[in-house]
Design a protein around this ligand. Structure first.
Ligand code: 5GP
Length: 190
């Protein structure tokens, strides 16, 4: 395995997705892994781009054949990282970013201790609620469920290698970029 695995986790609404898209535009040699999920696509989401959308039966089959590097149940749906995709890209020398939940992050760290766990923290739970409401993808019970999950997720941050507070997108993106550049230079490729 030549590349490094960077794992980005944090509550839904913390801004992980936006940060990761920016990072991939700004840095060369970095790929984002497309996860599989049993969740239904949101309007505008495309199969194979945001996620590989799957039925429960398809997901079960992949679990059965050890096709996942990790998988976890999040907000009542299953999400998993496809092992073959990730190992192929790492072997080619590129770094890989996984935007996954905290349970998955710790599973990957156990399997690949050299991977780097980065926790993206919202400035506060109030800001998180406002962001989720503004995004409008969840409301009522689903939104409350995400906030409850966020409280649990925040308790995992001590087990991460780095914590970045996403107050301003530009500042958080710069911090994340620096972290990756620093790792690369420690690895001797600056
Ligand atoms: P969403 O449904 O909002 O796209 O994602 C919900 C949560 O699932 C997010 O916290 C996201 O990081 C997590 N997630 C997405 N893909 C994976 C994956 O492959 N594995 C795990 N463990 N979590 C994932």
């Amino acid at each position: 395995m030549k590349g490094t695995l960077f794992i980005v986790s944090g509550p839904s609404g913390a801004g992980k997705g936006t940060l990761v898209s920016k990072l991939v535009q700004d840095l060369d040699g970095l790929s984002v892994s497309v996860s599989a999920t049993t969740r239904k696509p949101r309007p505008g989401e495309r199969d194979g781009i945001e996620y590989h959308f799957m039925s429960d039966v398809q997901f079960d089959a992949l679990v059965e054949e050890n096709g996942f590097l990790e998988w976890a149940q999040v907000h009542g749906q299953r999400y998993g990282t496809l092992a073959d995709d990730v190992t192929r890209v790492l072997a080619s020398g590129r770094d890989v970013i996984l935007e996954i939940d905290v349970q998955g992050g710790l599973q990957v760290k156990e399997r690949y201790p050299d991977s780097v766990l980065v926790f993206i923290e919202p400035p506060s739970l109030d800001v998180l609620r406002q962001r989720l409401q503004g995004r409008g993808t969840e409301s009522g019970e689903a939104l409350e469920r995400r906030l409850e999950t966020a409280r649990v997720e925040l308790t995992y941050k001590e087990r991460y290698n780095a914590v970045i507070i996403n107050d301003s997108l530009a500042a958080a993106a710069a911090e994340l970029t620096n972290l990756i550049v620093r790792h690369r230079s420690e690895r001797g490729e600056a």
